[in-house]
Design a protein around this ligand. Structure first.
Ligand code: KIV
Length: 258
């Protein structure tokens, strides 16, 4: 991609050119700026915010006010990347709520919104897109349903799940989504969905054959050593390095004679 502002349409068009999409999450101004300067074309203020920044056990506790606060912070960096944001749990139950809350995130600086689900939120997606806000889908393991589902389970293993994923993906396409995140979908089904739909698939723990990949940035950087994730090997041991730097600095402060 060139130096011009990235739009949802530009992300969608990357699939047609066979260009892979690298997406990452950010929750504040400096991280958004760093990712943008590294050339990442799609930055997501994910509701993973709840776990990786706010200390909640899962994403179901994140509120609209919290999302707005962090979207504003990320948007202050004025990224060239497309800045997308998650509609939090229970914020898009009805079409009216979905549009009103998507507009709140857009007013905070989001240039696209994401919500979890397929057929069951098709009308919400259509209305959000109709209001002029680009929509990013999210299928497979849906973290906002982790409590009902009793954990983070891989999707697409059974034939009914496989068929449901196909139906959901087609519903999102017909409602106007510009791309769809596939989380913890079996690589075989993720590959099939990628071949079947005209919009980009962006995988997380869904194998190598999606049109792009997304990660929670603190997972990529090894900032959260307390969790053992199967789908990502940190490329940096930031937590370890930060501890070492802080210990050395502390020791220096404590031992220097004045
Ligand atoms: O909330 C989030 O960070 C996400 C990504 C994992 C795609 O939805």
């Amino acid at each position: 991609m060139t130096g011009i502002k990235v739009t949802a349409e530009a992300i969608r068009a990357m699939k047609g050119r066979g260009e892979k999409i690298a997406a990452l999450t950010a929750y504040d101004c400096p991280m958004t700026r760093l990712l943008d300067e590294a050339g990442v074309p799609l930055i997501l203020v994910g509701d993973s915010l709840g776990m990786v920044v706010l200390g909640y056990p899962d994403t179901t506790h994140v509120t609209m006010a919290e999302m707005e606060h962090h979207v504003r912070a990320a948007a202050r960096s004025k990224p060239r990347a497309l800045l997308a944001a998650d509609l939090p749990y229970h914020s898009y139950e009805t079409v009216a709520d979905a549009v009103a809350n998507a507009k709140r995130l857009a007013a905070a600086g989001a240039e696209a919104v994401k919500a979890e689900g397929g057929v069951e939120i098709q009308e919400q997606v259509r209305a959000i897109v109709g209001s002029g806000i680009p929509f990013l889908g999210h299928l497979g393991m849906l973290p906002q349903h982790v409590i009902e589902e009793g954990g983070y389970h891989i999707k697409g293993k059974s034939e009914p799940e496989h068929q449901r994923l196909l139906e959901d993906a087609r519903a999102l396409v017909s409602a106007g989504a510009f791309a769809v995140v596939l989380e913890l979908v079996t690589p075989r089904v993720a590959k099939e969905l990628t071949q079947q739909i005209p919009i980009p698939t962006i995988g997380i723990g869904a194998g190598p054959d999606c049109d792009g990949q997304v990660l929670v940035t603190p997972d990529l950087l090894g900032m959260l050593p307390w969790y053992n994730l199967k789908h990502v090997k940190p490329k940096l041991n930031a937590a370890e390095q930060m501890r070492a730097v802080v210990k050395a600095w502390k020791q220096n402060v404590e031992t220097v004679k004045s």
